[in-house]
Design a binder for this molecule. Structure first.
Ligand code: MN
Ligand code: MN
Length: 311
């Protein structure tokens, strides 16, 4: 597949041009199973920005993935045809225009019966992604792994869209199936108790970090499998991991998941009807030694392995 020596599979990770896992960069999707697409947009952030550099950095670290997944005993690229679709043409100064561009690009991929894997970008990008997926599949079951609720009404007066509001809109727009929205890893101080009540009223089952640590990942996964009946969309905010494991993010919260627990959560989704995925909030300027980007690349690889098992 990689005939071009610039992309050659024989290259070491530090050599050559870093497309995702050194896959061909193309918009030709005939008989392609999965398209990895970047959304280098961070104008929806409220604290530290920098996630516009996320997709490129995750691609760079994806060159360390080699190919075989020993934990799941699968070599995903042997089962799936995967390409790097490049990035959505975001407009850094306009969240609305960027949302339109994301809808369009995700729509192109989905219309070709290809499954997109989206690399963010801040969490505001998930709303247009959910819109595009719901347009194809109807209302979705949603697994949302995050330190934050992201169901706020507005973070800034009168501004509806930011990385703290996507799931409120998604719920209000009917993009998510009733009772099939699970938030995992939520923690940290909020304005007041109403934030949690609000999210629950909107339809979220909040599994906060305390519950995760009390019950353990297998119990949490059991509930996920029980609840999810429709096409499942998985949205992972890297700040669900503890800042010790993922310092490179915009709004770090103490006391989160280990990188292993996060990978275990993803692996445990085997058997769900996996239909959409994004990984967001990787901010390389705040990273150290690429710790966060390595974790991000591995999360994507675990998900890719699940898609290979599903095929
Ligand atoms: Mn978050
Ligand atoms: Mn988030």
């Amino acid at each position: 597949m990689n005939e071009n020596p610039a992309f050659g599979a024989d290259l070491e990770p530090f050599m050559g041009i870093p497309s995702f896992m050194r896959l061909p960069v193309t918009r030709e999707l005939e008989s392609v199973d999965v398209a990895v697409v970047g959304v280098p947009f961070d104008s929806g952030t409220s604290y530290r920005s920098g996630t516009r550099f996320g997709p490129r950095k995750i691609r760079e670290l994806s060159l360390m993935l080699w190919g075989h997944n020993p934990t799941m005993n699968i070599t995903p690229l042997k089962k799936l045809s995967v390409v790097d679709y490049g990035d959505v043409s975001v407009i850094p100064t306009s969240i609305e225009l960027t949302m339109t561009a994301i809808m369009k690009t995700a729509g192109e991929i989905l219309d070709s019966n290809t499954t997109p894997i989206t690399l963010g970008g801040d969490h505001s990008i998930t709303l247009p992604l959910l819109r595009a997926h719901a347009k194809k599949y109807g209302p979705l079951s949603l697994v949302h792994i995050d330190a934050h609720l992201d169901t706020w009404e507005e973070e800034f007066e009168g501004v509806p869209y930011s990385h703290g509001t996507p799931f409120r809109h998604a719920l209000q727009e009917g993009l998510i199936r009733k009772g099939e929205y699970v938030q995992i890893g939520i923690r940290g101080p909020v304005d007041n108790e109403k934030d949690y009540e609000d999210a629950e009223k909107l339809g979220a089952r909040i599994i906060n970090i305390h519950e995760v640590f009390e019950k353990g990942i297998p119990e949490i996964l059991k509930e996920v499998h029980q609840r999810m009946k429709g096409p499942v969309y998985v949205s992972i905010d890297i700040d669900s991991a503890d800042p010790a494991f993922a310092p490179g993010t915009g709004t770090p919260e103490a006391g989160g998941l280990t990188s292993y627990q996060l990978l275990q959560l993803v692996r445990g989704m085997h058997g769900l009807n996996l239909s959409g995925f994004d990984l967001v909030e990787v901010s390389p300027p705040y990273d150290h030694g690429d710790i966060t980007a390595v974790l991000a690349a591995n999360i994507v690889f675990e998900y890719l392995s699940l898609l290979a098992l599903q095929k």
